[in-house]
Design a binder for this molecule. Sequence first.
Ligand code: THU
Length: 131
Amino acid sequence: MLPEDIDLLIAKAREAMDSAIAPYSGFRVGASLRTDDGKIYTGCNIENPSLMLSFCAERVVLLKAITEGERAFGAMAIVSSDGSYCFPCGACRQMLFEFASDIPVYLAGDKGIKRFSVTELLPHAFERIGD
Ligand code: THU
């Protein structure tokens, strides 16, 4: 991916972070997902007073894109409101592995951009049985 495409993907994740609903943690997250043909979907974290019902930004964007029929992905970007690198939680890593196992994941923070493969984030992943 071109550097300007990565910058755009990160900018879209930042925009999406503005829509986050995070009154309980105060930690807003934005995620963006680029399809193979260059379309960008976005997601944010959405919390609920029953905390276990909260949604992470990464799974929100995966669900949005998959629901729209997308299956081929090129990259994901993740940002957080405190400028720290937001490493995806275990559940999001598992879902990334299931639907986008070969994409780079860009974490953008105050100290710059880090790039990880999904298998770096989730080695020895549980793999689904059958189709
Ligand atoms: N969160 C995400 O959206 N993505 C992550 O990778 C980690 C955590 C959200 C969940 C919750 O709304 C808040 O951040 C604090 O955990």
